[in-house]
Design a protein around this ligand. Structure first.
Ligand code: AMP
Length: 283
């Protein structure tokens, strides 16, 4: 596995591969790799003849400095996992390399209403930061397929929008969420939880399964309210949102139509750590 620490190194390598490679798969990450990330990489290896993973903890997407500072960093273990996964390239750039003119007063992307709701509302500026880094990475890597996790449902929608805005011919492959045996969605932030809190956090998944089971039995509003009470009674200290919305627009729905694709979106705190999850359901 080649490790490139600067964009020049990666660009040089990609130029050398141009004639030999028919498809490049790209998996951008912030490191602290787990089986969720590995499943994106496996998918890329299946579909593409060159797989590139990046690890970059992007400062511009953190609206909370504390969250940025305590974000787990396990580069040594990550490199080993990537070598075992047998991917072609790890791109490990510095902040100065990705943001040569600094991280303030950056170009704004017109992302529309999806930027203002849920993660966008509770983490102001977050999706602008995501677009900043993803755009920069895509300009360097120019992949044929970009692999993203359904775990970050709204982020997938935002990046789809970004790709239309920047007019790149890139396919997006969305990979299902990988979960612990308990149902807890794997996440780098889970490392920050105690063993007990991690066990308790599986309640998010049970809550979403409960909603799915009862989707025809109660109104959307009642299901959302019951879910919040359930989380608060089972170890969660604060809830940003638990909402059942249209899966394509993220708009609220009062009276879903039979066959309508819905998504449950949740963001909630346990032991001071903010976890997000989602589940698709057909009404
Ligand atoms: P992150 O390192 O958290 O920025 O995530 C990098 C990529 O991995 C994103 O596309 C995430 O959606 C995806 N990802 C994170 N957790 C999971 C998971 N549990 N299952 C599948 N994909 C995931």
């Amino acid at each position: 596995m080649l490790i490139c620490q600067t964009k020049q190194e990666l660009i040089k390598y990609l130029n050398q591969q141009k004639l030999k490679t028919t498809s490049i798969g790209f998996v951008p990450t912030m490191g602290a790799l787990h089986k969720g990330h590995l499943s994106l990489l496996q998918e890329s290896k299946k579909k593409c003849d060159l797989t590139i993973c990046s690890i970059f903890v992007n400062p511009t997407q953190f609206n909370d400095n504390k969250d940025f500072e305590r974000y787990p960093n396990t580069v040594k273990e990550d490199v080993q996992q990537l070598k075992n996964a047998d991917i072609n390239v790890l791109f490990l750039p510095s902040v100065a390399d990705m943001y040569p003119t600094g991280t303030i007063n950056l170009e704004k992307y017109d992302l529309g209403i999806i930027e203002a709701v849920f993660e966008g509302y509770y983490r102001p500026g977050h999706f602008q930061g995501v677009c900043q880094i993803v755009h920069r990475l895509l300009e360097i890597v120019n992949p044929n397929i970009l692999f993203l996790g359904q775990k970050d449902y709204q982020q997938c929608m935002i990046i789809k929008k970004l790709i239309t805005l920047i007019q790149k011919n890139i396919d997006i492959c969305i990979v299902p969420t990988i979960r612990e045996d308990t149902g807890l969605a794997m996440s780098s932030r889970n490392m920050l939880l105690s063993a007990d809190a991690k066990k308790q956090a599986a309640v998010i998944y049970r809550m979403m399964i409960d909603i799915k089971k009862n989707i025809h039995s109660y109104s959307i509003h009642i299901l959302e309210e019951k879910a919040k009470v359930y989380l608060l009674e089972n170890g969660f200290s604060k809830i940003d949102y638990v909402s059942i919305v249209d899966a394509n627009t993220l708009e609220p729905i009062d009276n879903p139509k039979i066959g309508q694709q819905l998504v449950i979106l949740a963001a909630t705190f346990i032991q001071g750590i903010r976890l997000i999850d989602n589940l698709l359901i057909k009404f």
